[in-house]
Design a protein around this ligand. Sequence first.
Ligand SMILES: *Cc1c(COP(=O)(O)O)cnc(C)c1O
Length: 364
Amino acid sequence: MKIFEEIESEVQSYGRNFPRVFNKAQGELLYDTEGVEYLDFLSGAGTLNYGHNNTVMKKKLQEYIREDGVAHSLDLYTNAKREFLETFKEKILDPRGYEYVLQFSGPTGTNSVEAALKVARNFTQREAVICFTNGFHGVTLGALAATGNSHHRKAAGVNLPSVVRMPYDGYMGDDVDTTAYLDKVLSDSSSGIDKPAAAIVETVQGEGGVNACSMAWLKNLYEVCKKHGTLLIIDDIQAGCGRTGSYFSFEEAGFQPDIVTMSKSLSGYGLPFALVLIRPEFDQWNPGEHNGTFRGNNLAFVTAKATVDEYWSDDHFSKVIKRKGDYIQKRLQEIVEKYGDGNFTTRGRGMFQGLNCINRVSSQ
Ligand SMILES: *Cc1c(COP(=O)(O)O)cnc(C)c1O
C-alpha cells in the first residue's frame, strides 16, 4: 500500500475502505494481487453494467487494435465513429421514434452535463437552471452547482450560482406533487424565481441515495417545463444504458426529453465516453464553439457499438433486467421485513436498487 499512501493525493477515496491491490477482473468478479476473489458490487458506480472485460467487447477491441484502428482523432470522421452513429440511430433512436443529434463532449459524465447546460442556456438566452434535492451531476463547476451534496459543493472554493433547487419527487412526502409547486412559482412573477433555461434531473438519483421518481412525476415535470419554455435535461449518465430495465431510464414516461446526457455504461467496457443527445431544434452550437481534445473516443465507439448490437437489437436483455430487478427487489424486501424494525425501506427501479438504512452507530 506504501506507494499509494506516499504519493497519491488525500483526495483518493474508495481505496481507503478497500486497502487491497486489484489486478484482474472478469464479469462480476474482481481479483486482488493475492488471487482473492471479490464480488464487485461497486460495479464502477454504474459503469460496468455489462461486467468487467465483457468478452464480446473485448474481442471487438482486440481486433480494432490489432488492425491499427485509429485511437485518437479529435472529432474527425472515422470508420469507428460512423459505425457507432449508424448503429445507435438504427437500433436505439429510430425504434423509439426519438429524433436527436449527437454531441460528443469530453469523455466524462460531467463534461456532457457542462455541454448540456451550456447549449440550453445559449438556446433560451436564460441563465438559471432548476435542479433537485439530492441530485448529482458531476464536480466541474457548472455541474457541481446543480449537485446537491454540500461536501462536494464546498470544495468548489467559489460561488456556484445560476441554479434554483427544487424538491425532488417524494422529498415532501408521498402526497405532495412537487412539480405543482414548480409550476406555481414559475407562473408567478413575484415568486422570486425567474424563468429558467433548463431543468436537469435524474430519473433514479444514484449518488444522492437511490431515489426513484415516478413516471407520472417525470411526465408532469416535462409538461411544466414545456409550459414555461424551459428545456428538460435528463441526466441518464447512471440510470441509462439498461440499469433500470430499458435502454433509457425515461422511456416508460412516454415523451422525448429535450436533452439527454449519457456516460458511465455507454462504452460498456469502462472506457471513458460521454454523449449529449440534443433535439435538433435546440442544437444551437456554432462549429467548434465547445470542444475537448478527447471528444469521442474511438476505442469506446467500437465497444459502445458492440453493446448495442449484442444487447439492444431486440427486447430480450431488457426483459432479463426487469426479471432480475424484480428478484433483487423481492430479496431486499425480505431483508427489510426481517431486520428493518419498520425503519428502512427498499427503493429504486429495475436493477438500480437500494436499501434506505438508518445509521444507529453513535458518532461518539
Ligand atoms: C457519475 C455521474 C455524473 C458525473 O460523471 P463523471 O464521469 O464522474 O464526471 C453525472 N451525473 C450522474 C447522474 C452521475 O451518476
